[in-house]
Design a protein around this ligand. Structure first.
Ligand SMILES: *Cc1c(COP(=O)(O)O)cnc(C)c1O
Length: 396
């Protein structure tokens, strides 16, 4: 057992180097903003797969449920179990594929609701539950054009009939996923929507009572109310990012995640000195540089080397040389009185300046989703509120 003093000193060390700060107030506010777009009959599923896009699944789950989200969406069974072990009781749908009896037993044990994509899977699941007295809620996924999970939309009615007929399976919802909802060209999205409508109509014609229907991700939630149905599945928007620039005008979202690190070393170098592996930066004048305790093993993409800005005291500061596994160098010539332990904002807001996941994504030719879930677990997740405490402890 650690003594109280020892555990205090370890917890203060949690942010002595680098950390991710999660503004739970921003997440709650984003949930409320998104709910303003929804009709009262449409529920919000907060998609919190991949550790809530890097924000910390349990904290985010508690926050979004308190702010009014009704459902949680995860990709994997362990992600769902983590929520249950934390005492979260809200309905949790597993959006990813599952197909073995063991997986189903785990989902039943932890009250996680599976996605059904094929007749084979439906037979296996129904058979696995044969000694159960009750039915398990399942979600039928149909592929309307994403070409990922789901039964072909042309076969949806037949598939739903099968699920409806098989013992121990209770049809909880029918859903599909959009491939191009963030595009300014709505053609494919409209085609997918027509297919969804056709499939639903064919289900209805079989006489089966329609269960809950859902179709929209963040982009579709922001772009078109017709796509909302009974529930929307929102990931990115909850974390305060827009799926595409043209969707910005629909509502005001606030990024919740910030990445911060401390200055761990400061030195002067003379003109002509090479910096970091490969000397991919050569000082063009005498300068002062700072070493910051964060690197690519924390999830700062090495491809940002020599092209990243960070914020110190609200000012933009240039990153120089190759980003290394644990450390990164900055040109701090413009801050002569910089001190050890000062906080560097890599992503987030400092004074009037901010750097967003979209800024990084643009530089890297990728999307903000990938940036957010790229931060490693070496970075402690600090919910704002605890941060101040952390700061003070580390500063004293
Ligand atoms: C990840 C995911 C979402 C959320 O997507 P965002 O674009 O982040 O809103 C919704 N539905 C499914 C099936 C997903 O896999």
């Amino acid at each position: 057992m650690l003594s109280w003093e020892e555990s205090q000193s370890i917890s203060s060390m949690r942010c002595d180097r680098a950390w991710v700060e999660v503004d739970v107030g921003a997440i709650a506010q984003n949930v409320r903003e998104i709910q303003h777009l929804l009709s009262p009959k449409t529920d919000l599923m907060a998609v919190i797969k991949a550790d809530a896009y890097g924000h910390g699944a349990v904290t985010v789950a508690q926050t979004v449920l308190q702010a009014g989200a009704k459902w949680l969406g995860v990709a994997t069974i362990p992600e769902g179990i983590e929520l249950r072990e934390a005492g979260i009781t809200a309905p949790v749908q597993v959006l990813g594929a599952t197909y073995t009896p063991d997986q189903l037993r785990a989902m039943v044990r932890w009250r996680l609701e599976p996605t059904l994509c094929t007749p084979k899977q439906a037979f296996v699941f129904s058979e696995t539950l044969s000694d159960h007295a009750y039915s398990v809620p399942v979600h039928v996924k149909i592929d309307t054009g994403m070409s990922r999970l789901g039964a072909p939309w042309q076969e949806a009615a037949e598939f739903v009939q099968l699920v409806d007929r098989l013992p121990h399976l209770e049809l909880s919802s029918i859903y599909s996923h959009l491939a191009t909802a963030d595009s300014e060209d709505p053609t494919v999205m409209q085609l997918q929507h027509q297919r969804f409508q056709t499939a639903i109509q064919q289900v209805q014609e079989t006489g089966i009572a329609l269960p809950r229907l859902h179709f929209a991700n963040s982009a579709a939630t922001l772009s078109d109310r017709q796509l909302h149905y009974d529930m929307v599945r929102v990931g990115l928007g909850i974390y305060g990012l827009y799926p595409a620039p043209h969707l910005r005008s629909r509502l005001k979202l606030q990024p919740a995640l910030q990445v911060k690190a401390r200055v761990t070393h400061i030195k002067a170098i003379s003109a002509g000195t090479g910096v970091s592996y490969g000397h991919r930066y050569i000082a063009d004048r005498d300068m002062r540089i700072a070493v910051v305790g964060i690197g690519y093993a924390d999830g700062v993409p090495r491809n940002l080397s020599n092209q990243m800005q960070v914020l110190i005291r609200g000012q933009q500061v240039r990153q120089i040389g190759s980003i290394t596994m644990d450390q990164t160098m900055l040109d701090v010539s413009n801050i002569p009185d910089l001190e050890l332990g000062e906080v560097v904002t890599l992503l987030g807001q400092d004074g009037n300046n901010s750097i967003t996941a979209d800024d990084w994504a643009d530089k890297l030719g990728t999307i903000s989703w990938e940036i957010l879930c790229g931060f490693k677990h070496r970075l402690p997740r600090i919910a704002v509120g605890q941060t101040l405490e952390c700061w003070e402890q580390a500063a004293t």
